[in-house]
Design a protein around this ligand. Structure first.
Ligand code: SF4
Ligand code: SF4
Length: 295
């Protein structure tokens, strides 16, 4: 697999998607790049590449048990209830077991252990993957969770498996990670060769950043770049963040009210002016160095 750069931010709103799309823009001029939007609850990268040409899309489905009442020996048997690893089946008086969908991980153990063939397969669509071409050097793989579904880890897992399958065609894979510090982020960090932690000088962001650093260690530790967004709004806290988070490199993006206008209208910062183009060129250079790519 080509080097994987995971861009994570802990809490939402630190600007990780902004970093991901602008870094992709800076890198793809010299490298073949796969940009993966693994923030499946709220994928936003497409907003910045609205002219991308759609190439394919796929459903992500999960096994869902369907119990046939006429075959189920529920008065004498509770086997599926007892052996379900997620306790997703609930025994009911005078009825077949009920499924608690949120708990079910689709493992199909219940179907295997039922001696009466009373469980058939129904499928639930938990998300989609969309693959598109921005230009010859930049492709976009976007994951999207089905509204109302809580199967984020399943969707992220499928997304990363697909990214791994595609990655041989690219020099680098950039992953815009989900917010938070949950299992879905951990799944991505395990693939990552480098992590970019995006933060801002606020206490809330620092608290999440510490959790993020712990998760990174659990995933084996990675060369880390700390990106401080809105730099300058709280210099003391910024110093504290930089000293507490032991990153290999620190890149600062100064606070500028024009950033909000540019980003909210789906435009890249690298197109705002040469100052931002230079910041992302610098970040791209560090990424290339850590990924051991030749310029
Ligand atoms: S294992 Fe099969 S027969 Fe037993 S309760 Fe479950 S569905 Fe019914
Ligand atoms: S598919 Fe797995 S998790 Fe879901 S109900 Fe069956 S045994 Fe339990």
């Amino acid at each position: 697999m080509s080097p994987v750069i995971a861009i994570a931010g802990g809490k939402g709103g630190t600007g990780k998607t902004t970093i991901a799309v602008n870094l992709a823009d800076a890198l793809h001029r010299r490298y073949r790049l796969l940009l993966v939007d693994a923030d499946c609850s709220n994928p936003c990268t497409r907003t910045f590449f609205s002219a991308a040409k759609a190439l394919w899309q796929k459903e992500i489905t999960l096994f869902k048990p369907q119990i046939l009442e006429e075959r189920c020996h529920y008065k004498a048997c509770k086997r599926c209830v007892e052996l379900c690893p997620e306790h997703a089946l609930l025994a009911q008086p005078n009825k077949p077991p009920a499924l608690i969908e949120d708990l079910c991980n689709g493992c199909s153990v219940c179907q295997i252990v039922c001696n009466y063939g009373a469980i058939t397969e129904a499928q639930q669509v938990v998300g989609h993957l969309y693959f598109s071409e921005v230009d010859g050097n930049l492709h976009l793989l976007v994951s999207e969770l089905t509204p109302g579904s809580r199967k984020n880890p399943v969707v992220v897992h499928h997304c990363m498996v697909e990214a791994e399958r595609l990655s041989d065609h690219y020099d680098l894979t950039l992953v815009d990670c989900p917010a938070g510090t949950g299992i879905d982020l951990y799944l991505i960090l395990r693939y990552a060769t480098t992590a970019i932690l995006v933060t801002e000088p606020t206490l809330l962001a620092l608290s999440d950043l510490k959790k993020l650093s712990q998760l990174l260690l659990m995933a084996g530790g990675k060369p880390t770049i700390l990106v401080v967004n809105k730099s300058g709004i709280n210099p003391n806290l910024e110093k504290q963040i930089v000293s507490e988070i032991e990153a290999h490199y620190v890149v600062k993006i100064p606070y500028d009210h024009r950033i909000f206008r540019q980003v909210s209208s789906g435009r890249l910062l690298t197109h705002l002016n040469s100052k931002y183009a230079q910041i992302f060129d610098k970040l791209a250079e560090i990424v290339v160095q850590l990924a051991h790519l030749r310029c």
